[in-house]
Ligand binder design. Structure first.
Ligand code: ADP
Ligand code: MG
Length: 339
C-alpha cells in the first residue's frame, strides 16, 4: 500500500510563479527517481500552499511511470507513531528494515520530528541507507532547513544535500486559475465578479480559497441561493473567522504527549516517573492557560485528577519556568504550537 492519493496529481496542481521551481523539480524527480541531484527533494512552505498535494503528485507520477517500484507516502506524525509502537513491541529492527526496502520514500511535514530525538535517529539511519542505494527521498516541511529548530545537525545537513524548493503564496492570477479549475472540475458555473472577489480576498492559503468556493457551491446547489456578491462576502468573512483554531484539552494532551514522544494514555497514567509527571503538569498548565475549562474539569479530563492537583501542577510549572532553563524551553516550544 503506497498510501498515495490519486486525486492529488500534477494535472490538477496548477502552475504559477509561486510554485514553478518546486513543481518542476518534482516532475524531474518523478521522471528519474533517485537519478537526479534533487535527492532529497525538500518542499517547504506555509499552511495550505500545496505541499501535501505536490508530494502525492510526485509519488503518483512515479507509480505511473515505474509501476514496479515501491513508493510510500507517510506523514512524519504517523512515522513517529509507528516508530514508538515498534519500540514498545520490540520490533524496532523490523521497522527499520521495512523502510530500508522502499524505492521512493515520501515523508510529509518533517517539522513534526522536531525535538523527537529517537525518531530522528532512526530516520537518519533509514535516510542514509536509501540515499547510498540510489533511492529517492522526498520531504515536505513548513520551514526551510535553516529555520528548523530541534532537528539534529547531522539530519539537517542531509536535508541540504539535495534541493530545497519553496512553495509561496500564489499570486492573484494563479488564485483565479485555481478557483476556475475547481469550478470546472465540479461542473459549476460562477460569475466572474464572484470569482474575482474570492480570489482577491483569500490570499495566503489555497485550502481556504478552495474552502470558500466549496461553501459557495454548496449554498447555491443545496440551498438554491443565488450566488451574489453579498453572499460571497459573507462566506469569505466566515471563512477567515472560522480558520482560527480552537484549542481543546484533547488537543493539548495530544500535542504535549507528541512533543515528549509518549502516548496520551501514558501522559494520563498514574506513574510517578519524573518526565511523565512533568508532561502531565504541562498539559494541565496549558489547559488552564488556553481553555476556559474549570480546574475540576481540566483535572477530570487529564487522567481523572482533582482540582487541587491541577492547581499544584500550575504552580509547579510556574516555579520550574523560573528556575529551570530546559523546562522554560519546553514551555516556549509548546506555547508556539498553541498560538
Ligand atoms: P499543505 O500540505 O501545504 O498544507 P495542501 O497540499 O494540503 O497544503 O493543499 C491545500 C489544498 O490546496 C489542497 O486541496 C490542494 O489540492 C490545493 N492546492 C494547493 N496548491 C494548489 C495548486 N497549485 N493547484 C491546485 N490546487 C492546489
Ligand atoms: Mg500538508
Amino acid at each position: 500500500e503506497s498510501q498515495l492519493n490519486p486525486n492529488y496529481n500534477f494535472d490538477n496542481f496548477l502552475e504559477g510563479d509561486s510554485n514553478r521551481l518546486a513543481r518542476s523539480a518534482g516532475m524531474a524527480v518523478a521522471n528519474k527517481p533517485g537519478g537526479t541531484s534533487f535527492n532529497p527533494l525538500l518542499v517547504f512552505g506555509g499552511v495550505g500552499l500545496g505541499k501535501t498535494h505536490l508530494a502525492h503528485a510526485i509519488g503518483v507520477e512515479i507509480k505511473d511511470k515505474y509501476p514496479e517500484r515501491t513508493v510510500l507516502y507517510i506523514s512524519a506524525e504517523k512515522f513517529t507513531q509507528q516508530y514508538i509502537e515498534s519500540v514498545k513491541k520490540n520490533t524496532r529492527n523490523d521497522f527499520i528494515h521495512f523502510y530500508q526496502l522502499i524505492d521512493v520514500l515520501i515523508i510529509d511535514d518533517v517539522q513534526f520530528l522536531s525535538g523527537k530525538s529517537g525518531t530522528q535517529d532512526v530516520f537518519f539511519h533509514i535516510f542514509n541507507h536509501l540515499h547510498q542505494n540510489g533511492k529517492q527521498v522526498i520531504l515536505t516541511s513548513d520551514k526551510a532547513p535553516v529555520d528548523m529548530q530541534d532537528i539534529e545537525q547531522r539530519l539537517l545537513s542531509r536535508f541540504k544535500w539535495g534541493l530545497s524548493a519553496e512553495l509561496q503564496s500564489p499570486d492573484y492570477e494563479t488564485r483565479v486559475s485555481i478557483v476556475k479549475n475547481k469550478l470546472y472540475r465540479d461542473g459549476v458555473e460562477m460569475p466572474d465578479d464572484i470569482i474575482d472577489y474570492v480570489a482577491k480576498h483569500i490570499k495566503t492559503n489555497v485550502r481556504e480559497l478552495e474552502g470558500a468556493i466549496i461553501s459557495l457551491i454548496a449554498q447555491s446547489s443545496f440551498n438554491k441561493k443565488e450566488v451574489t456578491l453579498e453572499l460571497a462576502q459573507q462566506v469569505v468573512e466566515k471563512f477567515v473567522k472560522n480558520t482560527k483554531r480552537e484549542v481543546s484539552i484533547d488537543y493539548i494532551q495530544k500535542v504535549v504527549s507528541d512533543y515528549f514522544e509518549m502516548d496520551v494514555a501514558t501522559l494520563q497514567s498514574k506513574t510517578r516517573k519524573r518526565h511523565i509527571v512533568q508532561a502531565r503538569q504541562l498539559a494541565m498548565f496549558f489547559a488552564k492557560k488556553f481553555t476556559k475549562a474549570s480546574l475540576a474539569s481540566i483535572g477530570s479530563q487529564i487522567g481523572k485528577r482533582d482540582h487541587a492537583t491541577v492547581l499544584h501542577a500550575c504552580k509547579t510549572v510556574d516555579n520550574l519556568a523560573e528556575t529551570d532553563k530546559q523546562f522554560r524551553k519546553y514551555i516556549e516550544d509548546l506555547t508556539k504550537k498553541f498560538t
